[in-house]
Write a protein that binds this ligand. Structure first.
Ligand code: XMP
Length: 319
């Protein structure tokens, strides 16, 4: 598959061609897709609905590791676009699968299997669908093939046949694009700016930002820190910003007593397409406010640091 650069992209032609391809591939059958609310899955949802109408079932998988208020927020955005989104509560399944795992790639694998084998496998069986539409983009493939991170949504390029492994075919209409191209397509599909300009968020969700074991409690900590980080850094114009929970504790003090507490690392990236990135030169008063709010508003956190390494050798997410 050849890359379509943003310069070469004609959104109208692209949309027409992909709608046509999806219609032809699915025929008169059914397809399903999972909407996370990110720009990639949102664009795929709109393409799929143009091609298939009601024959596409769109689900929001509540895996317990999404950001605060996401399921309701996404369902309400798509309701306005006449797309019905069914919320599937899979929180217990995901936390069970992640229990006891600390290795980053094992965590990613547990999330992949829970999504594709367990949850989608069940939804495909229940609905009678033969196809899953998903928003894999070229950058996901590159990093997986290079062995840097096993992106949760890449199979064929790793020699995995989804039909044999999971019992359904995967359609990937965005596989030739990078993030900037997807944003253009999403805008042309009539999605609101809050969607097409939304910052990227990884498939493994907040689990990509918890170093060590992912538990409901640790997710809640990183989720609260994420709310504050996203509020404070919204206007700096960065490509992506995040809060990461470290696994080791450090000695702190609170009300004159020792508090052996948690550490949050903030990362804020300048980047064009996520392939390389530099930390944003944030103003010190902004860093002060982040430290102040996170140590006061997130229970148990005594240390806040700012990540100052570039990608490479760092990657953007911690896991
Ligand atoms: P890294 O951490 O690899 O992230 O430098 C580069 C970009 O990709 C996003 N990311 C993912 N997106 N599935 C996704 O859909 C994943 O498994 C995944 N891992 C990282 C990350 O948020 C950043 O924008």
């Amino acid at each position: 598959m050849e890359e379509i650069t943003v310069e070469a992209l004609n959104t109208k032609d692209f949309i027409e061609q992909k709608v046509d391809e999806i219609s032809r591939t699915v025929g008169d059958g059914l397809a399903i897709n999972a909407l996370s609310g990110g720009v990639d899955s949102s664009a795929v949802t709109m393409l799929g609905h143009r091609a298939l109408g009601d024959r596409l079932r769109t689900y929001f998988i509540d895996n317990g590791i999404m950001r605060q208020g996401e399921p309701e927020r996404i369902a309400s955005i798509f309701k306005k676009l006449d797309v019905n989104v069914e919320i599937i509560d899979a929180r217990t399944e995901f936390f069970d699968a992640l229990s006891g795992i600390t290795d980053p790639e094992e965590k990613r694998e547990a999330i992949t299997q829970t999504f594709y084998r367990d949850v989608f496998g069940r939804l495909v069986k229940e609905s009678g669908a033969k196809h899953l539409l998903q928003g894999t983009i070229l950058t996901d493939v590159d990093e997986t093939v290079a062995g840097i991170k096993r992106q949760h949504n890449v199979f064929e390029q790793l020699g995995i046949d989804p039909e044999k492994t999971f019992g359904y075919r995967i359609i990937e209409p965005l596989i030739q694009l990078r993030k900037d191209g997807v944003r253009r397509v999403a805008e042309a599909l009539g999605l609101p700016e809050s969607v097409y300009n939304r910052m990227p968020f990884p498939g493994p969700a907040l689990a990509a930002r918890v170093i060590g074991e992912v538990t409901p409690e640790r997710i809640e900590t990183v989720r609260l820190a994420t709310v504050i980080t996203e509020e404070e850094l919204r206007d700096v114009g960065a490509f992506q910003y995040m809060a990461i929970l470290h696994s080791d504790r450090v000695t702190g003090m609170r009300n004159g007593e020792r508090d052996y507490g948690m550490q949050i690392e903030i990362r804020c990236w300048d980047s064009v397409d996520a392939r390389v990135a530099k930390p944003t030169r944030l103003a010190y008063d902004l860093l002060d406010r982040l430290a102040d709010r996170i140590t006061n508003e997130v229970p148990g956190v005594v240390s806040v640091t700012y990540g100052i390494a570039t990608k490479p050798p760092s990657t953007m997410e911690a896991i």
